[in-house]
Design a protein around this ligand. Structure first.
Ligand code: FAD
Length: 386
């Protein structure tokens, strides 16, 4: 094994490169990324970057960059260059260069779904443009009351900008959370002075606003890899629990990959969150260096969002078969929701302003702990099995 090529200059790519060197790989590492910047952290793009200089926030993309010395690690970086073609053992870039590899890691993330109008948010440049719009003070529309829609609406209101959010479903995050949670979140929009129009699937630019942000999700763009790879319907690469694609020697990690989860019954799941882009490479690299089977990728999914002055955190994975148990009152600033499966095992926790529930829940979900529903419902007591 002499040459590893990592395609995709985001967080998952960076952690792959870093981990290759940390685990002692001494061969050639080439790191290809379409954006012209070194890898940077994306969550601040819908939070601190939008807050603008008035709040002492980010002014340069370098402030978001992950600390890593590519020169010292002898990584050959090709930023500002896109992979456009694949054949066994070789990736072709947009400038016509052919990069040969012994192992290939695809970490190309995803791109926002476009509706044919409005702007989207994925890169630092998108965020700076959006900040200018928000601070321009003219009313804006957001399509999609998901995580990013809510965070941008928060930033707009903090800047004093009027904002209308159009949501196709009857409540925010209807695909993930039950009606009671969606109703609580609906109230957050109202409190912040955001007009939320639910059951309102827009098909063109909403009238009466200066600009529109479309935030209806993101999909991997893996077309450049051609036909040889197995994909899920959304274009993500289907990989094993060891993060290898169906093409031997080619791996995928981060937002681009739908991995086989042993924990969740062998289903392929795509986790589009920061924590997965951090942990995936840690499992991936042993499989690349020592052989497939060296390390399983099967974390309990975790993510957070900061919206309307609240820290919202979710750990685990629940289904509609699980029983929802409330800790606290949904109309107050802090509460949690736990989900118990039919065997009373804790499957997931949604914590709003209750980081302790999250931390304790994370341990219990990981352990598959069985809990007593009445005790779970006691918001004054710690979340434990005892
Ligand atoms: P990406 O970060 O998308 O990086 C992929 C890189 O590959 C990109 O730079 C892209 O340009 C490049 N690329 C794509 N195609 C090619 C190609 N053909 N050739 C070369 N390069 C290519 N998660 C949370 O858990 N909490 C949050 O609060 C949160 N906030 C977020 C806010 C925003 C605005 C966004 C966009 C995401 C947020 N996320 C959050 C999600 C988190 O940032 C992603 O899960 C994470 O960035 C995924 O990392 P990745 O490396 O897989 O993909």
């Amino acid at each position: 094994l002499e040459r590893v090529l990592v395609v995709g200059g985001g967080m998952a790519g960076l952690h792959t490169v870093r981990s290759l060197r940390e685990k002692g790989f001494q061969g050639a590492v080439t790191f290809l990324g379409e954006e012209r910047h070194a890898p940077y952290d994306r969550p601040p793009l819908s939070k601190a970057v939008l807050a603008g200089s008035a709040r002492g926030a980010v002014e340069k993309v370098d402030e978001l960059a992950f600390a890593f010395d590519f020169a010292e690690a002898e990584v050959q970086c090709r930023f500002g260059e896109r992979a456009v073609g694949w054949a066994p053992g070789v990736v072709t870039t947009g400038t016509g260069v052919e990069l040969r590899y012994d192992r290939l890691v695809v970490a190309t993330g995803s791109v926002p779904i476009q509706l044919g109008f409005g702007e989207t948010l994925r890169t630092y440049e998108d965020s700076v443009r959006l900040r200018e719009r928000i601070n321009g003070g003219k009313p804006m529309a957001i399509v999609g009351a998901g995580w990013i829609g809510a965070e941008v609406a928060t930033a707009a209101r903090n800047a004093g900008t009027g904002v209308v959010v159009h949501e196709a479903r009857d409540r925010p995050l209807a695909a993930i959370f039950p009606p009671a949670v969606g109703q609580a979140m609906t109230a957050w929009y109202a409190e912040a002075g955001v007009e939320l129009k639910c059951s309102d699937p827009v098909t063109g630019p909403p009238p009466g606003v200066d600009h529109t942000l479309v935030a209806v999700g993101a999909r991997p763009d893996t077309r450049w890899l051609g036909e040889a790879f197995h994909r899920a319907q959304d274009g993500s690469l289907l990989v094993s629990e060891y993060l290898e694609t169906n093409v031997p020697g080619v791996f995928a990690v981060g937002d681009v990959a739908a991995y086989r989860s042993v924990r969740y019954g062998g289903r392929h799941i795509r986790v589009e969150h920061w924590d997965n882009a951090l942990r995936g490479p840690q499992a991936l690299v042993p499989n690349v260096l020592e052989g497939v089977g060296a390390e399983l990728h099967d974390p309990v999914p975790y993510f957070w969002s900061e919206q309307f002055g609240r820290m919202v955190q979710y750990v685990g994975h629940h289904t509609s078969a699980d029983r929802m148990v409330l800790r606290g009152d949904l109309s107050t600033p802090t509460w949690s929701v736990c989900w118990l499966d039919p065997h009373a095992r804790l499957t997931a926790v949604l914590a709003v302003g209750r980081p302790r529930d999250l931390a304790q829940g994370r341990r219990l979900v990981t352990a598959g702990a069985v809990l007593d529903a009445a005790r779970v419902a006691d918001a004054g007591a710690a979340l434990t099995t005892a």
